[in-house]
Ligand binder design. Structure first.
Ligand code: DON
Length: 579
């Protein structure tokens, strides 16, 4: 049966044949499975479009086009999610990945909410103090780059767990990624810049040459071909999960680790498991919001922040008004103080989810809120509980109303910069998301303690916030973003922009954002944040720091006519596609 489906689809959607002028003058390539939607040598970025039936917003136009083409051919949002993620692993090496991990939050057309946790785990040989030197000082170079920074990757297992909800054979969904790796695609100026800036780290942190390192500097329009990655993807196509977690790929990972003092073993890979979690679900006015539970802090933080503003008339204050910004900053500060103390991998730490989301608890958290001045973070502790630059987001909505929101990551840009020799993919540096020592900030400035201490097989705490919103129980919004600790606040502000300030989706995504994470005690703002609001806030005791960008939101919102208003953040090469 499956074979028939593949043949039919391939047969009736005439394959594209493109003259590949860059790799080999006479070579013709075929991208199986995506009709005539995708030309890897000539494509453009589309930032905003309203589609009648189905759409994708993600970090790269080729991946968005592949996802939309799969749905056009009868696939559902889960099929598109698999194909889009795999394509991103090829065309967006800074964050798209098979060497990382992520979270999927979905709501099916039958009304079922799903949360899949395919976060990386600490290898079995990891230990609490593994990044401390003889004097007990943290060596964050080791937790942030190279072999020792790598957690056991979860993405491939996550894709197979997602496949349970899909319609097409996995072999079909992975083929566009294989073709793009094998025959290449043209890179953008941003990608060329990213690869050039990472060149020295790739060489230092990998034991073998890889496709990401060119003999001359990369430039926009060059073709990136990655034969090793194509072979790895073919093993996944032919042997399923075992094509990654066992056999040749697993051996290549372990060999690379051995050369570079990494810890990941064949056992770690063979034992990796996706966890099905219960989504964080809460009501905000007449909206139902569905988010990711621990080991991400995202769903809890978003729920806390939304609930702390719910009864305060923020719509009347107005976008970027002094009162609105000050309230949101104080809400963010209190939520992030709880993050540092109370949230970690729920399989290792009892996360007091119920209390953290309890209205009385949250009202108490706001008791010392003063609208005339800053509440210094030294005075704002985590609530007491009595109860015993790189990630990437994909938003997808299909014609039947299946909603899929996925955030997946290598952690830093290009992860650990360790490329698995002979396998062509970049490993994550997710170990840095653990608290390597109590009160030592990670690369996003987040601090933590026992809840997020390193333990073998434990999942490191995340901020990723893939989110869905239902209005009157019907699909309404799919949203998410990269950005480390700024993720929950970016989603929070996008939702406030939409639900309270009634902005257009484009404005809600592209207007400047701000961010407070308790510690350091400062408001991070994008350069275009209004200066007058900043000046008054300074007189009230707030300090500021400029971040070049906060968030890269991918948003789909259903309008009154049922069409999908789809927006990709202006801050990157992000792009939309649909029909
Ligand atoms: O899981 C987390 O919270 C981080 N590893 C996410 C990193 C990230 O978003 C980087 N993107 N710019």
């Amino acid at each position: 049966m499956l074979k028939v489906i593949i043949r039919t689809i391939v047969g009736c959607f005439s394959l594209i044949v493109i003259q590949n002028t860059i790799i080999a003058q006479s070579k013709k390539i075929q991208i199986v499975g995506v009709g005539n939607y995708v030309n890897p040598y000539d494509y453009s970025i589309k930032k905003s479009e309203t589609y009648k039936k189905a759409s994708v917003s993600c970090a790269h136009p080729l991946a968005a086009m592949v996802g939309a083409a799969i749905m056009k051919q009868g696939g559902n949002a889960f099929d598109a999610a698999i194909a889009t993620q795999l394509t991103l692993a090829v065309v967006y090496p800074g964050a798209g990945n098979i060497g990382g991990g992520g979270f999927l939050v979905a709501h099916t057309k039958e009304g079922k909410s799903i949360a899949l946790d395919y976060r990386e785990t600490a290898p079995k040989k990891a230990s609490k103090d593994m990044y401390l030197d003889a004097n007990g000082n943290p060596n964050t170079a080791l937790s942030q780059s190279g072999h020792l920074a790598c957690g056991v990757p979860g993405t491939v297992a996550g894709l197979f767990a997602t496949h349970k909800y899909a319609k097409f054979p996995f072999k079909f969904l992975i083929q566009p990624a294989i073709d793009l790796a094998e025959f290449g695609f043209v890179i953008s100026e941003k990608e060329a810049g990213g690869l050039n800036a990472t060149r020295a780290s790739f060489i230092k942190n990998s034991t073998q040459p890889s496709a990401y390192v060119n003999s001359t500097p990369w430039k926009a329009g060059d073709t990136l071909v990655n034969k090793d990655l194509a072979e790895t993807l073919k093993r996944i196509r032919d042997f399923g999960e075992k094509g990654f977690y066992a056999g040749k790929t697993a051996q290549l990972i372990v060999d690379e680790m051995k050369y570079g003092n990494g810890l990941i073993s064949l056992d770690d890979l063979a034992n990796y498991e996706v966890k099905t979690r219960t989504p964080i679900a809460f009501e905000y006015k007449n909206y139902s919001i569905i988010g990711m539970p621990p080991p991400s802090s995202g769903g809890i933080l978003l729920a806390q922040m939304m609930k702390m503003i719910e009864n305060r008339n923020i719509a009347q204050y107005g976008f970027q008004s002094l009162k609105a910004v000050q309230l949101m900053v104080e809400v963010e500060r209190r939520a992030y103080a709880d993050r540092a103390a109370h949230i970690g991998d729920p399989d290792f730490w009892k996360v007091p989810v119920k209390t953290l989301l309890d209205n009385t608890y949250l009202n108490n958290r706001m008791k010392d809120y003063d609208s005339t001045k800053a509440s210094p973070s030294v005075t704002i502790k985590a609530g007491s509980i009595r109860e015993s630059n790189e990630t990437t987001h994909i938003s997808i909505l299909d014609k039947d109303g299946n909603m899929v929101s996925i955030t997946t990551t290598l952690n830093g840009s290009y992860g650990s910069r360790t490329v698995i020799g002979g396998a062509g993919f970049i490993m994550n540096n997710e170990m840095d998301d653990f608290s390597v020592k109590p009160n030592t900030p990670n690369m996003y400035g987040a601090i933590g303690g026992a809840a997020n201490a390193i333990q073998p097989n434990k999942r490191m705490l995340s901020s990723m916030t893939p989110t869905l919103v239902l209005k009157n129980k019907k699909p309404y919004i799919v949203v998410g973003t990269p950005g480390g600790t700024t993720i929950p606040t970016s989603v929070f502000q996008t939702l406030v922009n939409l639900l309270e300030f009634k902005m257009t989706p484009e404005d809600a995504v592209n207007q400047p954002k701000f961010h407070h994470q308790w510690l350091p005690d400062e408001i991070k703002i994008e350069p275009t944040f209004p200066e007058n609001t900043m000046k008054v806030l300074e007189t009230m005791g707030y300090k500021f720091a400029i971040l070049s960008q906060i968030g890269r939101i991918e948003l789909i919102k259903i309008n009154k006519e049922g069409a999908r208003e789809t927006v990709a953040d202006k801050r990157g090469d992000d792009s939309v596609s649909g029909f």
